[in-house]
Write a protein that binds this ligand. Structure first.
Ligand SMILES: Cc1cc2nc3c(=O)[nH]c(=O)nc-3n(C[C@H](O)[C@H](O)[C@H](O)COP(=O)(O)OP(=O)(O)OC[C@H]3O[C@@H](n4cnc5c(N)ncnc54)[C@H](O)[C@@H]3O)c2cc1C
Ligand code: FES
Ligand code: FES
Length: 471
């Protein structure tokens, strides 16, 4: 089954027949003996294995950080993979120098991951700021230095690069001229464009579909090496479009692409911030929407968001397709309405009207870099203080990501008021039957969901809700 996979690893062209489900980390460290990329948790949690992946997107070369421990080499086909060895010049780069100057590296185990993440940020953003620089290294864990020196390093890098006034130049050229990137980067775009990438046949009967691999490679990295696999990214499902006032999201769109899409930013401005609570940037750069729905976790963040948007799924098998409501997709714990030879092609939902309001809430043990204990979303249409329609969803309170149909129906026709919320709390509590598990007791989850329902209304209609009544 092994097909030829071609990509650039730093300056070197790779052409290999290894199994496409081999992790990029193993290929880099074992097959290519590049030991700068470190292996820590193999679960996407520590960032020691972070590399950059460059690909042609809308005719432009774009780089992003990914966790190579969860990244199948098949997904690297046609791309540029950059490890710490591929950033090294004869001298330290200015970014490496800053780590050195600030004492931000001791044992050095985490440092290649940090340097890669920060370099990716500097390549991709023309206007740098401290907050975004910090976000770019979230997901990289250091056991030695303490984070203050690393934070100072990131701030120094921001200040230094901003002071160079590189805005008017092509970014890669400007960074090569300042020795921030090695010279071979200048040729990469042309080289990647010369790859002949063929779209894959969607007839994928019996093969395991890999999206970003961020779920599959945590659970089954070894067994995947014995399976026939296909890559969802090759099915051409990489667009977010508006068609007749419906938003059509290709299933291979990553969480980060969805978050940064101009369409999503325009219609759901709060989601950009809220989706920063979804894992770390390297995970969001790989994790796809389709993978999040089929992973079928009861607390999948995008499942909860799309349930509240009353989304539909376009499911395809060869040239046939069917459309189902997302709230009919998940059937029981980790079971769903998808045959072996089917894939999710698109997620489709109506764009909001001017009377429609959306909110997403997530409570987890840590604010960032954690899965939810309970999450919830509400999409509500209101005219003259009366609710025309409501779609409420919640995760962590059932074996599946749940659409709360009784509470949603109850809200229809009611006024937006604290009294309506108090009545809705009774309905929502009768509609759920959470169990105790490692994310919290059943009782705790009940309390959380009530608080999140209140939070939706308080955030969306602060002037209409008397918070005192809800205490
Ligand atoms: C460190 C870490 C943090 C995480 N944090 C969060 C979090 O905060 N919130 C959250 O919701 N999740 C989180 N996750 C879980 C995971 O990242 C997401 O569920 C992610 O969206 C899965 O997408 P993927 O493309 O990587 O899926 P994959 O692992 O590639 O696939 C998952 C499943 O989906 C199937 N699949 C993929 N695409 C399709 C398709 N188009 N059609 C049919 N089947 C398909 C695969 O066959 C597989 O069964 C986290 C994971 C890790 C490792
Ligand atoms: S080894 Fe820890 S994130 Fe990959
Ligand atoms: S310097 Fe040792 S883990 Fe970060």
């Amino acid at each position: 089954m092994a097909e030829n996979i071609e990509f650039f690893l730093n300056a070197k062209k790779i052409s290999t027949n290894v199994h496409p489900a081999k992790t990029l980390l193993d290929f880099i460290r074992v097959d290519e003996s590049l030991k700068g990329t470190k292996e820590g948790c193999r679960e996407g949690d520590c960032g020691a294995c972070t590399v950059l992946v460059g690909e042609i997107n809308n005719d432009q070369l774009k780089y992003k950080s990914v966790n190579s421990c969860l990244y199948p080499i098949g997904n690297a086909d046609g791309k540029h993979v950059v490890t710490i060895e591929g950033l090294n010049n004869e001298r330290l780069t200015p970014i490496q120098e800053e780590f050195n100057n600030e004492g931000a590296t001791q044992c050095g185990f985490c440092t290649p991951g940090f340097v890669n993440s920060l370099t990716g940020y500097v390549i991709e953003h023309k206007e740098l700021n401290n907050i975004d620089a910090e976000t770019s290294i979230a997901g990289n864990i250091c056991r030695c230095t303490g984070y203050s020196s690393i934070k100072r390093t990131a701030e120094n890098v921001v200040e230094k690069i901003n002071s160079l006034n590189l805005e008017s130049q092509s970014r890669i050229i400007a960074l090569v001229e300042r020795d921030i990137l090695p010279k071979y980067f200048l040729e990469i775009e042309e080289k990647l464009k010369s790859f002949d990438i063929k779209p894959a046949n969607k007839c994928i009967s019996k093969s395991t579909i890999i999206g970003g691999g961020t779920d599959l490679f945590v659970q089954h990295a070894d067994s995947l090496m014995n399976e026939d696999v296909s890559f969802a990214k090759n099915f051409g499902l990489n667009n977010i479009q508006v068609i007749d006032n419906e938003c059509v999201v290709g299933a291979s769109i990553t969480i980060e692409e969805f978050k940064n899409s101009e369409i999503i930013k325009k219609h759901f401005p709060s989601l950009m911030k809220q989706l920063e609570m979804f894992a770390s940037l390297p995970i969001r750069n790989s994790a796809t929407i389709g993978g999040n729905l089929v992973n079928a976790s009861p607390i999948g963040d995008s499942a909860i968001i799309f349930l509240a948007l009353n989304a539909k799924l376009r499911i395809c098998n060869n040239n046939n397709f069917r459309i189902i409501n997302l709230n009919q997709f998940h059937k029981g714990y980790k079971t769903f309405d998808l045959y072996e030879d089917e894939i999710i092609e698109d997620i489709i939902f109506q764009l909001p009207t001017e009377n429609e309001y959306f909110n997403f809430e997530k409570v987890s043990k840590r604010t960032y870099l954690d899965i939810a204990s309970v999450n919830s979303a509400l999409n509500i249409s209101v005219t003259n203080r009366i609710i025309n329609s409501a779609h409420l969803s919640a995760g962590g309170i059932a074996p599946i990501p749940l659409y709360l149909s009784e509470t949603s129906n109850f809200l229809k026709g009611k006024g937006v008021s604290s009294e309506t919320i108090l009545d809705a709390l009774n309905i929502v509590q009768s509609e759920i039957s959470p169990i105790s598990d490692i994310r919290g007791s059943a009782e705790y989850k009940r309390i959380l969901l009530s608080q999140l329902l209140k939070a939706h209304f308080i955030k969306l209609f602060p002037e209409l809700i008397d918070v005192e009544v809800l205490l």
